[in-house]
Ligand binder design. Sequence first.
Ligand code: PMP
Ligand code: GLN
Length: 393
Amino acid sequence: MSSNTAGESATVARLRPFASTIFAEMTELAVRHDAVNLGQGFPDSDGPPAMLEVARQAIAEGRNQYPPGRGVPELREAVARDRAARYGTEYDPDSQVLVTVGATEAISAAVLGLVEPGEEVVLIEPYYDSYAAAIALAGAVRRTARLVPDGDGFALDVDSLRNAITPRTRMIIVNSPHNPTATVLPRADLVAIAELACSHDLLVLTDEVYEHLVFDGHEHVSLSTLPGMYERTVVVSSAAKTFSVTGWKTGWVCAPTRLLDGVLAAKQFLTFVAGGPFQPAVAYALNNELGWVEQLRKTLQHKKDQLSVALAEGGFDVRRSDGSYFVCADITPLGETDAAAFCRALPERIGVAAVPVSVFTDHPEEWNRLVRFTFCKREETLARGVERLHRLR
Ligand code: PMP
Ligand code: GLN
């Protein structure tokens, strides 16, 4: 029998593949080599000043104890009002909106609370890393469909999604605008997903954390708005990307009551509640700062263009970025064949950190030429990154 105090890692088997995240690894490398961190997607500038002030005030006024389990009423009301205004979907703030510790907790709680051990969840590769970990936490089983190259971007392989669905499938997780490929799924792909979800009677979790950050006239369509979908969809979003506060860890779920109750059952025992003073501030921002967000979107559009050009000049084959914080680039023209090795060497080689797309997939061999860069950085940070990318030539 193995010892409980010595020997190999004591981590349970189902979580051993998730021992460390790529973001922690690449950020550590960036710090060690004083590299410009275009790896982990977090802004290096603050959100709307008035929103920050509301949080400071909330602390000063003593809103520092446990808020209500579902979240402060003003934030739940702001989320419901915002969804109704922008998407036309109605959620009751008292029973159909839940505030969570970021989108990350929302996703884990939704899988834990709605998927039985042994049931299957379909992800679309490449997929945001926390989805696979949430499925493992729940003792559920991961199946994958995939995006495929399409012109200078990517498209959903609808057949792969159809083939991934089995009688054990409970849920599909969809993310658009997409991390890491920066794909904004067109309506036709969303309709295809909706038709499969309806015909197989599946739940859908739609991760919309980049819902505001779309470029070049692309439109974000929420799956919850398509025919037959409202009743089966769990919508997840977050203040992190919309208001440049990734450290506030304030997210939310909108879903019909019978689904939200499952998410709440799990959420209560993950964290009980989310951080108190941030919630009135995010409510304020949803009600008053969408103009600021539109400015952010325009700025990011410009930075996306700037980084895309720099990557092309650095010799990469650059993919189209329709939304999110990211642009992906193929390393083949640089004579490179292994994106993971390329990214591990890049901080020391030219002083830039990036993330290999292969870590977001179950088939790294099919995705080993793509590297994800983020452009959600201050102008001076991005300019330094751009200048260093030219050292690749
Ligand atoms: N989903 C996606 C697609 C993300 O990129 C991220 C992180 N940026 C999250 C969820 C997690 O969001 P949060 O920081 O609100 O937990
Ligand atoms: N979502 C961000 C990214 O993809 C950061 C996530 C994280 O650090 N866990 O880069």
